[in-house]
Design a protein around this ligand. Structure first.
Ligand SMILES: *Cc1c(COP(=O)(O)O)cnc(C)c1O
Length: 383
């Protein structure tokens, strides 16, 4: 049994050993669907790659290690990972989630699983009191996402865990925005951690992949069964790329956080900026919770310019040169987005404005470039 590693070593070594065949330091891309057997059932632990694949297994062990969980599972996308969690439930079961959930998660809940008899409640979860009023005997899952997109609300994971203590209710946390470097929900008492590894874990905008990490053996058996039975796995190449990404997660995240803090303060003191949404400000309504449950404040922020309307916000994101106008987040390169016309365009204007997604809102995924170049780009675009 190896000594427990600190996070910055776990990203590189967690669950990893040189490959058994030739001692390759990086696990090879085992691009194979099947494995030779000496006699029926006589195999070396691998029969068919939907069930197990050595490259995916290396990634799954790394995922478990960086979240300090016992079991990791990798899927073809973040939403495929969520889909596996929802398949733990039965018609009539109820789920409570946050009202500013990632749009794709909301769509999966409402447009797919509602038709299978699951019932969803959406509440402003950064206020834990609202959750209690929706809990009843049918409640089986609380789905948390923190920080939220794009308003950067912070949800108190520990207080939700305490709220359901002793009840037959799972707490799952979408840890995509923070990444395991900043926030480790299993340590705070959550049952399941989910990642869109597409974002910070893989970190280079070159792969779509999802992950689940958990501790309970009977829950792991169920998720493992669903992963194999429903089959939404990721391939060996994508597993390899994500594993390589994780090895630099801690250094990338440090720079993401540093650059974002610098830009948050720059924007906050800029005469043309109305408001900056970033959990690192003491004035952020849940700054104390962020400080307690996060190691740092992450690489995401949103802002609105004074007096800006739809067109003005769009012309700012169009003027940005180093920040690429694109969906997604968490890569080494900086991205800018206009939620009202991009990620949140499908939500009716009145509904999105209620949660703060106004026409003038701009979201940044701050990359790891030299922050002076990023600020100069923003200065020119804001004018
Ligand atoms: C991108 C994202 C997802 C969906 O993950 P995919 O890998 O795109 O399927 C879920 N939650 C959050 C917070 C995300 O940003």
């Amino acid at each position: 049994m190896k000594e427990k590693l600190h996070f910055n070593s776990a990203t590189i070594h967690g669950g990893q050993n040189p490959d058994k065949a030739y001692g390759a330091v990086m696990p090879p891309i085992y691009q194979t669907s099947t494995y030779a057997q000496s006699t029926p059932g006589g195999h070396k632990g691998f029969e068919y790659s939907r069930t197990h694949n050595p490259t995916r297994q290396a990634l799954e062990r790394s995922l478990a290690s960086i979240e300090e969980g016992a079991y990791g599972f990798a899927f073809g996308s973040g939403l495929a990972a969520m889909d596996a969690v929802l398949k733990l439930l039965k018609p009539g079961d109820e789920i409570i989630s946050t009202d500013d959930l990632y749009g794709g998660s909301y769509r999966l809940f409402k447009k797919i699983f509602e038709d299978f008899g699951l019932k969803f409640h959406f509440v402003p979860m950064h206020n834990t009191e609202y959750i209690g009023s929706k809990i009843n005997k049918k409640t089986k899952l609380i789905w948390v996402e923190t920080p939220t997109n794009p308003m950067m609300n912070i949800i108190d994971i520990k207080s939700i865990v305490n709220l359901v203590k002793g009840k037959d209710i799972l707490v799952a946390v979408d840890n995509t925005f923070a990444s395991s470097y900043i926030q480790q929900p299993l340590i705070l008492g959550a049952d399941i951690v989910m990642h869109s590894a597409t974002k910070y874990l893989a970190g280079h905008s070159d792969v779509v992949l999802g992950a689940l990490i958990l501790n309970d053996p009977s829950l792991a058996e169920k998720i493992g069964f669903i992963q194999n039975a429903s089959g939404a796995i990721c391939g060996p190449m994508d597993s390899f790329l994500t594993l390589r990404g994780i090895k630099t997660l801690h250094v990338r995240m440090q720079r993401h956080c540093e650059n974002t803090a610098t830009i948050a303060h720059f924007l906050n003191s800029h005469p043309k900026i109305e408001k900056v949404y970033w959990p690192g400000f003491e004035s952020h309504p849940n700054h104390k919770v962020a400080k307690a449950q996060m190691k740092d404040y992450g690489g995401m922020l949103s802002f609105i310019t004074k007096g800006a309307n739809y067109e003005a916000a769009i012309s700012i994101v169009e003027r940005l040169k180093l920040f690429t106008l694109a969906e997604s987040l968490g890569g080494v390169e900086s991205l800018a987005g206009h939620p009202a016309s991009m990620t949140h365009a499908s939500i009716p204007k009145k509904v999105r404005e209620k949660s703060g997604v106004v026409d003038a809102l701009i979201r940044l995924s701050v990359g790891i470039e030299d922050v002076r170049d990023l600020i100069s780009d923003l200065e020119k675009a804001i004018g």
